[in-house]
Write a protein that binds this ligand. Sequence first.
Ligand code: NAX
Length: 327
Amino acid sequence: TKQPVRVAVTGAAGQIGYSLLFRIASGDMLGKDQPVILQLLEITPALKALAGVVMELRDCAFPLLADVITSDDPMVAFKDADYALLVGAMPRKAGMERGDLLGANGGIFKPQGEALNKVASRDVKVLVVGNPANTNALIAQQNAPDLDPKQFTAMVRLDLNRAISQLAEKTDAPVTAIKNVIIWGNHSSTQYPDLSQATVNGTPALDLVDREWYETTYIPTVAKRGAAIIEARGASSAASAASAAIDHMRDWALGTAEGEWVSMGIPSDGSYGIPEGLIYGFPVRTHGGQYEIVQGLDVSDFSRGKMDATAQELTEERDEVRKLGLV
Ligand code: NAX
């Protein structure tokens, strides 16, 4: 049997945590043969609630759950972590400007980046879920100079899963028939859910739907799905966000299927004219724990405009956190 790996999760007592931890412990993320040690980080006032979640985790008697550690200190929670899912963040409150939001999150992601730098496994794979996810990932990355920048990623997988599901519904196809949808850019309303490469049972998706629907209904529906969930449920996406985090980490760790792509927020290497260093959603293939950007795709003028607009927003966020001295 395999040795357990260490999986750190922050914001573990929150909504997403309540779904995520059970999926990790049951083997959905790293495989049904991979034991895990959960290392859970919360702020001090949430440790009591977290203790309750841990009681429930233990009550599941998951065969793969080797141990659970809890702490309010990132130096403890990130110690030797092989995987780190950074979920806890400061939500946007009414009247908050982008600068205030980025500053408040800097207070979380700067020390967490520093702690990962000091104590995590040298091969740690980091996924940032907490919003603004791309720029929070940039802050953590820039404060972890001894780790490879490529070890820091942000989640656009929920957007991708939403994009796949909306297309499946429209074309009356199962989700498994849909391949190579792309989410470019920021996990925000400027994201670009791109169907130009997508197929449905092998047929180009854009041959099956009309252009007007794609541009004026599909793209905004995917980009604003988070708000629609809040409106309907009275709370933000949680189980679907947790499921997307599982998908992101599983594909990164275990590899994508032959000929298939997923989208991950990763540091730009300048591909497709995206400014180097931004944490930007790209189409990737993964193999052996590494990801690589899918190269050589045609970019139409329509795509170019959308890809540049979301890059511009990320550039502004980066400028803002530079001004705040966070990166
Ligand atoms: P909750 O407010 O339910 O939970 C967040 C938890 O984080 C709380 O228990 C809080 O005590 C904890 N926390 C706060 N600061 C912390 C710190 N410094 N260290 C450790 N823990 C800390 O939020 P939830 O619904 O679970 O969402 C978590 C984050 O995911 C939010 O930022 C949210 O905006 C973001 N999302 C990101 C998505 C994505 O696709 N990238 C989609 C879903 C979600 O909206």
